[in-house]
Ligand binder design. Sequence first.
Ligand SMILES: NC(=O)c1ccc[n+]([C@@H]2O[C@H](COP(=O)([O-])OP(=O)(O)OC[C@H]3O[C@@H](n4cnc5c(N)ncnc54)[C@H](O)[C@@H]3O)[C@@H](O)[C@H]2O)c1
Ligand SMILES: O=c1ccn([C@@H]2O[C@H](COP(=O)(O)OP(=O)(O)O[C@H]3O[C@H](CO)[C@@H](O)[C@H](O)[C@H]3O)[C@@H](O)[C@H]2O)c(=O)[nH]1
Length: 449
Amino acid sequence: MRIAVVGTGYVGLVTGTCFAEVGIDVTCIDVDVKKIENLKNGILPIYEPGLEEMVARNSQKERLSFSTDLPSSIQGCDAAFIAVGTPPGEDGSADLKYVLAVARSIGQNMNDYIVVVTKSTVPVGTANKVRQAIAEELEARGVDIPFDVASNPEFLKEGAAIEDFLKPDRIVVGVASTRAEEVMKKLYKPFLMNGHPLIFMDVPSAEMTKYAANSMLATKISFMNDIANLCEIMGADVNMVRKGIGSDARIGNRFIYPGIGYGGSCFPKDVKALIRTASENGYEMKVLKSVEEVNDNQKMVLYNKVNNYFNGDLAGKTFAIWGLSFKPKTDDMREAPSLVIIEKLLAQGAKVRAYDPVAIKEAAHTLGDTIEYGKDEYETLIDADALLLVTEWPEFRSPNFNVVSKLMKDKVIFDGRNIYDPAEMNEKGFTYYGIGTKQQMSQQLDATI
Ligand SMILES: NC(=O)c1ccc[n+]([C@@H]2O[C@H](COP(=O)([O-])OP(=O)(O)OC[C@H]3O[C@@H](n4cnc5c(N)ncnc54)[C@H](O)[C@@H]3O)[C@@H](O)[C@H]2O)c1
Ligand SMILES: O=c1ccn([C@@H]2O[C@H](COP(=O)(O)OP(=O)(O)O[C@H]3O[C@H](CO)[C@@H](O)[C@H](O)[C@H]3O)[C@@H](O)[C@H]2O)c(=O)[nH]1
């Protein structure tokens, strides 16, 4: 089989490469000439574990190629996947201009039956707009070529994208014809070896499934952040509470880790877009509005703890930041909580020295030289007044605390991801603040007695 994947970002590149890996001929298309030139030379635009090797292997086997030329690349394809960005517009709704531009371009150039698949996250009704855009272009050409539009939302997580794509919990496909269903069944057959279900449904339900999934996960996180904040007030330990509730299979132990708010290119934008879709249709998503509000506040929690500890006097102090990307194993800085925290610290006249294993280059696009960058995590600590653990990269989990304490001016750690054991930190002579941990409460009580 042969497919084109239009949009070669986090989703398009992973999608194209994984289809090539199972033996399908794939052309990845992008309008970004530099990106395509680099990919032809094996240089990837993003960091995603394992992807570089997989791109190289499949390029060499000539199953994976890269092009800026959509008109010729879609000829002879069974399907064209649209995987371009759908960023939030001013009003929070998903901006469909890139998706519809690709649809028009397909309509202007297709010469044979093709299934056009929306892989981008798009609101209910988008497939109809895609269908209409293609039909208008065919009409303008005065040709009558059959085509189908299918919805195939993507559920991969950055940092684990290949594993998620090759071994998905499920594949959701919305179709409106048996012909499109047959093409999609054939394409995804190699991924179903491990018994993962391929769930066919109508197109609007598939489009809605993506938003419902992300919104449910964001809701779990905001709920746990609320519980964590209450634990702090009440003298409970959210780590214990998390284990206590997570062992109930109805709740599950994934996506209930409190922290400094969810970030990334998906949860914030998709929650916003679903709220907007509802309001445009006369319905209010009350739960999701609170999820968003809790998340906005949570991004300030670590900064507030720092500010309280130093009695609001941050000017001239130096803060070491470990981790910049919105989560480990990616260089993606979109909606990263680190940006909010750093902006607040800088506004108070503090100095920031940060280290991230892969995201420094990406972070520097936004932060420039407003902060210093350490060559490793230890260098950030020299004469630092405090350490803020922002992203839970594996290499930050068990540092040499003797070295840490020697380098720092003041031995205080603000752990935004609860990766350290509060009791152990206190034993090692650190003042430790986690998110909703009991240790912190007893320290606060001690301080007020
Ligand atoms: N990033 C994720 O983890 C993830 C996971 C699931 C779903 N999604 C969804 O997938 C979509 C893509 O997200 P992403 O993170 O991969 O975006 P991205 O910004 O990394 O990549 C989008 C790519 O599309 C290209 N593009 C834009 N217009 C084009 C056009 N007309 N023709 C060809 N290429 C064009 C851009 O140059 C860019 O390379 C979004 O709707 C997103 O919500 C993202
Ligand atoms: O228990 C948890 C789990 C995650 N997070 C935060 O939530 C955000 C998102 O994390 P994650 O979901 O792992 O990464 P994404 O790559 O954004 O993936 C989400 O968004 C993608 C784009 O839509 C979907 O495809 C995925 O299924 C969905 O998990 C990050 O800031 C995490 O730090 C928490 O705070 N606590």
